[in-house]
Ligand binder design. Structure first.
Ligand SMILES: NCc1[nH]cc(CCC(=O)O)c1CC(=O)O
Length: 314
């Protein structure tokens, strides 16, 4: 193929992620690439993310661009990708994962343990809000939105020129790393305290089913990272079985330990007072086994009252 057209959102994070993927895939396929910028509903709407709700506000327009042939591939943050596959599209590659953890970026080097009671910490994620409240009931959680730089600018003294009205914000470590903003992190939050979103830190490369150009399909297959794909398949299966969207207060994290896939998931009440957390493992035979592990864990969470303590659908 002469030129691979790669669809991307216009945010700085999306652009760096997509550029990294496009460079690697075009190198593997022996072609050149061009980026095709697509505006999504999530970029245009300004309300609170938990209010906009629904699944896939960041990806629908990108998926349409691939389906309509305006681009050949789309790169998504896997945690923003609805668990229901889109008709006519396939996730052709899941590259190796970045750091999965959530990161606290606070003023004056403060950590979860040293933030004073009454400190104001920003996040737009009900999952992060609930686990923050559980870890530190004295903290005031503030609903925020915007791109990574906007959020960092809300923290007092973190970004020069931005006054800052918050003591800290919680963001994905992966996004901060990719943007070169790692130095803003004051604590990489232990997943034992805050379990990340299913798929956090991983990317997905989607293309039209069955019609990728010769060379591109092979390039994507060799770019796929099997351990990451197994882990995110199990994590996303939890979300899918719970019929929950990306704004539900649910975390899940899987890793391979030898031949075993270990999966941990959490369902929280919004106030952080009720937390259901379970871990299970199974032989990591293939993606079907990974999905079954996720389904089984979700069924156990439901049996333990997940739907009673948490708003699962939005
Ligand atoms: N929902 C926005 C979003 N989607 C993916 C990332 C970060 C990168 C990743 O998790 O792969 C972010 C920002 C954040 O949560 O801080």
């Amino acid at each position: 193929m002469a030129m691979i057209r790669v669809g991307t959102r216009g945010s700085a994070l999306a652009m760096t992620q997509t550029t990294t993927v496009a460079e690697r895939v075009s190198e593997l396929a022996g072609s050149s690439y061009e980026l095709v910028r697509v505006r999504t509903e999530g970029d245009i709407l300004k309300g609170s993310l938990s209010q906009i709700g629904g699944t896939g506000v960041f990806v629908a327009a990108l998926r349409d661009a691939v389906l309509e042939g305006r681009c050949d591939l789309a790169v998504h943050s896997l945690k923003d990708l609805p668990t229901l596959p889109a008709d006519g599209l396939t996730v052709a590659a899941v590259p190796g994962r970045e750091d999965v953890r959530d990161a606290l970026c606070a003023r004056d080097g403060l950590t979860l343990a040293t933030l004073p009671d009454g400190a104001r910490v920003g996040t737009g994620s009900p999952r992060r809000a609930a686990q923050l409240r559980a870890a530190r009931p004295g903290i005031e959680v503030v609903d925020i939105r915007g791109n990574v730089d906007t959020r960092l600018g809300r923290v007092a003294g973190l970004v020069s020129g931005a006054p800052g009205d918050l003591d800290g914000v919680v963001l994905a470590a992966a996004g901060l790393r990719r943007l070169g903003r790692e130095e803003a992190i004051t604590e990489l939050i232990d997943p034992a305290v805050m379990l990340p979103a299913p798929g956090q830190g991983a990317l997905a490369v989607e293309c039209r089913e069955g019609e990728a150009a010769p060379g591109v399909r092979e390039a994507l297959a060799s770019y796929d990272h099997a351990p990451t794909r197994l882990a995110v398949t199990a994590e996303r299966a939890v979300l899918r079985r719970l019929e929950a969207g990306c704004s539900a207060p649910i975390g899940a994290l899987a890793h391979l330990r030898g031949d075993e896939l270990a999966l941990e998931a959490v369902v929280c009440s919004l106030d952080g007072r009720s937390i259901l957390r379970l871990t299970r493992s199974a032989p990591a035979a293939d993606v079907d086994a990974a999905a079954q592990l996720g389904h089984a864990l979700a069924d156990e969470l439901l049996a333990a009252g997940a739907a009673v303590i948490a708003p699962l659908t939005s």
